[in-house]
Design a protein around this ligand. Structure first.
Ligand code: TPP
Length: 344
């Protein structure tokens, strides 16, 4: 038996997105899905080491939030489930794949691997392996945007926003509460995005949490808190846009709880025996990519052929990324200490 919260309903109008925007959102979600599927194949072939956590099923959250921001200007922080956040931020697939292969051409120069995607030009603050570790980092990033603008008078930081992604498990960690307190107190331009996929490895969220409706925790800080159907990219985009506007207007942070599900095990080493078949089926039948494809077609924004073309193009990009990653050099042992300390 499994139980589900009532998912908040979002009625997308036919003018919710333009054709161009819709196709970009679709492409980003397809990129995330196909990238992760290819990643699983490469892992099975022994091309990468350590734990690899895939994002299948959660694509609408990454796409819906990050594409509502100014990509490359606003900051994003992630968790160990970070490949797709990096891709939505615009980090090229070849750099993410090379990072997974531990190669010098990776976005973290092959030093980070799956859980540590980082890219200064894309304002990606990193994937973090410790649960909730990214929350204080993102809060600090939001603080510096405000401080540089308001105290140092540097207008180049005007209206910069940070999005901070983490899981439901992380919301029981002390850093979550400490950071929400400071962010609300100082009205920081930040969006906390909890990807509530119901499970923290094998621990069901409802069994570990006294108040499972995470968005409600915002109210004790006087912060805006909102729940959203994390399988609906337009719903996520809509709440993210409101949160971004609030942050840019100096009205402070928002806590968004996106109700979502991971279609695969916790990591590629997880046999995924704990979650019931019925629960998995319930969520797989709500696949965010299929849902959005139907929306685009029903509203005459795209036809199946156009969507197929996107899928072919994206798969080619990923195949090329694999080829480049395979053919890239590993970091040279003589450079072991490079990047350990910041250089001027
Ligand atoms: C501080 C800390 N404690 C424990 C772990 C082990 N651990 C890794 S992932 C995980 C579950 C986290 O679940 P959640 O935050 O819901 O994210 P999800 O994996 O569902 O994306 C745990 C407990 C860790 N990485 N860091």
């Amino acid at each position: 038996m499994f139980s589900e919260r009532t998912l908040p309903e979002f009625k997308a109008t036919s003018s919710e997105v333009t054709k161009e925007e819709g196709l970009l959102l679709y492409e980003d979600m397809i990129l995330g899905r196909f990238f992760e599927d290819t990643c699983a194949q490469m892992y099975q072939r022994g091309k990468m080491f350590g734990f690899v956590h895939l994002y299948n099923g959660q694509e609408a959250v990454s796409t819906g939030v990050i594409k509502a921001m100014r990509v490359g200007e606003d900051y994003v922080s992630s968790t160990y489930r970070d490949h797709v956040h990096a891709l939505s931020c615009g980090v090229p697939a070849k750099e993410v794949m090379a990072e997974l292969f531990g190669k010098e051409t990776g976005c973290s120069k092959g030093r980070g691997g799956s859980m540590h995607m980082f890219s200064a030009p894309h304002k990606l603050l990193g994937g973090y392996a410790f649960v909730a570790e990214g929350i204080p980092v993102a809060t600090g990033a939001a603080f510096q945007s405000k401080y540089r603008r308001e105290v140092l008078g540097d207008e180049s930081f005007a209206q910069q926003v940070t999005a901070c992604f983490f899981g439901d498990g992380a919301s029981n960690n002390g850093q979550f509460f400490e950071c929400l307190n400071m962010a609300a107190l100082w009205k920081l331009p930040i969006i906390y995005v909890v990807e509530n996929n119901k499970w923290a490895i094998g621990m069901a969220h409802d069994r570990a949490t006294s108040q499972p409706e995470i968005y409600k925790k915002a109210s004790v800080f006087g912060m805006a808190g909102v729940e959203v159907d994390g399988m609906d990219v337009l719903a996520v985009r809509s709440v993210a846009k409101e949160a971004v506007e609030r942050a840019r207007a100096g009205e402070g942070p928002t806590l968004i709880e996106a109700l979502t599900y991971r279609f695969r095990g916790h990591s590629l080493a997880d046999p995924d025996k704990l979650r019931s078949k019925d629960e998995k089926q319930f969520w797989i039948s709500r696949d965010p990519i299929k849902k959005f494809a139907n929306y685009l077609i029903e509203n005459n924004l795209a036809d199946r052929e156009e969507l197929k073309e996107i899928e072919i193009k994206v798969q080619q990009e990923i195949d090329l990324a694999v080829e480049l990653a395979e053919n890239s050099p590993e970091p040279h042992p003589s450079e072991l200490y490079r990047y350990v300390f910041a250089e001027d």
